[in-house]
Ligand binder design. Structure first.
Ligand SMILES: Cc1cc2nc3c(=O)[nH]c(=O)nc-3n(C[C@H](O)[C@H](O)[C@H](O)COP(=O)(O)O)c2cc1C
Length: 329
């Protein structure tokens, strides 16, 4: 997306870097860039009343907010903008802001405000659970492309788009967004899905950390898209160790974003992943990542179905082999 990174590991949007000291530790561990937690307009609306009540208690902070962002009326976004600016001032690696809005006008307004904080890029987090039964897929996709176009017209910093995998034709959505100016794609957001506690008989939304093996969908789309779009490809979800990182680079990703593995294994995991990458490159005789990036992308492999074949077709074709490997009693 036009930003030079020292290596391909980006810390994905999460609560990890709300603490500046943690952000610095991640930078020291080798992270090449950081995405700050999304500015969620929905959350701001929920917090609005509470924050208004508390305004007088934070005179100092509000004075700072008013002088820094005089045109932003609500204290919620101001607090987020100040935190972003502080993060940007505290680390030397690129900082990427993330935005998730409810209304069209807010996407553009907040994007402009975010740009003023001096961040290096903006990620549009198109996470939402559409529950309106009258809305067609086309309408949802068109609306998101309109938002992308408006944000691109409003800011000068690069704009990436973070998508969930739940589109009927993901390739079409990505191609259309690519044509409409997306500088990078983050594929994919991991959605928080509800759980039901049968004992308490209540709904819960647990922290859904990824596991080893959860990277397959991201891998498939990195392989399918590599070399076919202008935007950069940043793979996300289930990239847990150095091997997963190498896998994504071989499929054609430019970068990866990691969150769960840092929560599970600590900041040191970033260093380990970079060491594993470097050891593997030495073993294979590669001097730089570009020597092998996309080597196993769809356009570079001889089996044209490698990334497309539905798994069950594979099972049908090799049913005897599977039965031998997984005998059913
Ligand atoms: C605690 C937590 C907070 C998150 N907050 C955000 C967020 O604010 N914005 C966003 O786009 N993604 C958010 N995510 C999703 C991550 O950025 C990432 O897409 C997801 O965890 C998949 O990557 P992973 O497998 O490396 O964890 C969050 C994830 C976690 C675990």
């Amino acid at each position: 997306m036009g930003i030079e990174l020292k290596n391909p590991i980006i810390i994905g949007a999460s609560n990890l870097v709300l603490d500046i000291e943690m952000a610095k530790k991640l930078e020291d561990a080798g992270a090449a860039a950081i995405v700050y937690k999304s500015l969620f307009e929905e959350q701001l609306h929920l917090e609005a009343a509470e924050l208004e009540e508390e305004l007088h208690e934070y005179d100092e902070r509000n004075a700072e907010m008013t002088s820094l962002f005089p045109e932003v009326k609500h204290s919620g976004p101001r607090a987020h903008l100040i935190a972003l600016k502080k993060l940007k001032d505290s680390v030397s690696i690129p900082v990427i802001a993330s935005l998730n809005c409810l209304y069209d006008v807010s996407w553009v307004d907040y994007a402009k405000n975010i740009e003023q904080t001096g961040v290096d890029a903006l990620e549009l987090n198109f996470y939402s659970t559409i529950s309106d039964v009258d809305k067609s897929s086309q309408q949802v996709e068109d609306a998101r492309i309109e938002i992308l176009k408006k944000v691109k017209a409003a800011v000068k910093i690069p704009v990436s788009v973070k998508l969930s995998p739940f589109y009927t034709n993901m390739m079409n959505v990505v191609y259309r967004m690519d044509k409409n100016g997306a500088d990078s794609f983050v594929l994919f957001n991991r959605l928080f899905q509800p759980e039901i506690d049968t004992e308490e008989e209540e709904l819960k939304v647990p922290y859904n950390l990824s596991h080893k093996g959860d990277n397959r969908l991201a891998l498939r789309f990195a392989g399918l898209l590599s070399g076919n779009i202008d935007a950069s490809i940043c793979s996300n979800t289930g990239i847990m160790d150095g091997d997963d990182l190498i896998t994504m680079l071989l499929a054609g990703a430019d970068t990866v974003q990691v969150v769960s593995t840092v929560y599970k294994n600590g900041v040191i995991q970033v260093t380990r992943m970079l060491e594993e990458l470097s050891t593997w490159m030495k073993k294979k005789g590669y001097d730089k990542i570009d020597d092998f990036r996309g080597k196993l992308a769809k356009k570079n492999v001889s089996d044209p179905h490698a990334y497309k074949r539905a798994q069950y077709v594979d099972y049908l074709m090799k049913s005897k082999e599977y039965l031998k490997k997984y005998p059913v009693n």
